[in-house]
Every structure is written in C-alpha cells, then in structure tokens.
Design a binder for this molecule. Structure first.
Ligand code: ADP
Ligand code: MG
Length: 146
C-alpha cells in the first residue's frame, strides 16, 4: 500500500465528511477497500461518500444482504460487506468477481471486510483503513494498492 494521506476525525459526522469530500474528487471506475474493526466507522464513511455524490439513498451495513446498491447520484455505488463470508470461493460463487474488473465497472465499489475474501480484489484499488483511537476519535489512512 502506498500511502496517499491520513486524517483524524473526532465524530461520526466528521468521518462522513471525509467520505463526502472524497466523492467530489473521484470518477467512476474505482474500487475501495475498507479495513477496520467492527464499529470503526467503515459504513459511516460510505454514507458520506454516497451523500457527496448527491444521492439520498439510505446507507446501511449490508451485513445480511452482502451487497447494497445506491443509485441516483453522479454514479452508482456498489457497497459490499464480506463480514459473513469466509473464502474467495464463496464470493466467486455469488458472482462477485465481475465487480472487480475495472474495464467493465460502471460506478464505484466499496468493500468492507476485504480480508475475508482474500484474492478476490486483484485490480488496482484504494485501501482505506480506519483505526479507533478512542470512543469518538478515528484515524483514517488512505493509500493505493497496485
Ligand atoms: P463499521 O461499518 O466499521 O462497523 P459503523 O460506521 O457502522 O462502523 O459504526 C461506527 C460507530 O462508531 C457508530 O456507532 C458511530 O456513532 C461511532 N463513532 C464514534 N466516533 C466515530 C468517528 N470519529 N467516526 C466514525 N464513527 C464513529
Ligand atoms: Mg459496516
């Protein structure tokens, strides 16, 4: 991972704002992975990003649905949560590989718990790691993976 920037936030709203700002600088065709413990703020980050695209969709953790799709903004957001998966094979069987082909991707992809599907994301992507500092503070580290 080549670090691009890191930033500290001290509220869920601030984490959303980082996502919102990022949305204004990104074009379609980008894959983002989101690493961090349960409750780190991964879903809040996506919430902000989706808002930044001008989309009013309700963003919730796709823990049970595995994939939420948000339309109505500048482009479509595919939001995965791999928490309940435990292998690359499961993700492939569910047909998820197609989302990680940058030649055909028509929006952007976010993947919570990418560690659970190691080997699925072979394309270049942006890795976002959120570390808990204390109850309300988070460190967000953004980097690129070739
Ligand atoms: P994850 O998707 O990583 O499991 P969520 O975004 O669903 O995390 O939840 C993050 C939790 O942490 C929420 O309860 C939120 O209110 C809380 N929180 C406290 N401080 C922050 C912060 N600085 N950034 C993001 N979330 C925060
Ligand atoms: Mg989540």
């Amino acid at each position: 991972m080549d670090k691009i920037f890191s930033v500290e936030t001290s509220s869920p709203m601030q984490t959303m704002q980082v996502g919102e700002k990022l949305a204004k600088t990104v074009k379609r065709g980008v894959v983002f992975t989101l690493k961090g413990d349960l409750g780190a703020g991964k879903t809040h980050f996506v919430k902000g990003f989706v808002k930044g695209l001008g989309c009013n969709a309700l963003v919730t953790s796709p823990t049970f649905t595995l994939l939420n799709v948000y339309e109505g903004g500048d482009f479509t957001v595919y939001h995965f949560d791999m928490y309940r998966l435990s292998s690359l094979e499961e993700a492939v069987e569910l047909g998820f590989s197609e989302y990680f082909d940058l030649n055909s991707l028509d929006g952007v992809v976010f993947v919570e718990w990418p560690e659970n599907v190691d080997g699925l994301i072979k394309c270049p992507h942006i890795e976002i790691e959120i570390q808990k500092i204390d109850d309300n503070r988070r460190k967000i580290i953004v980097g690129s993976v070739k």
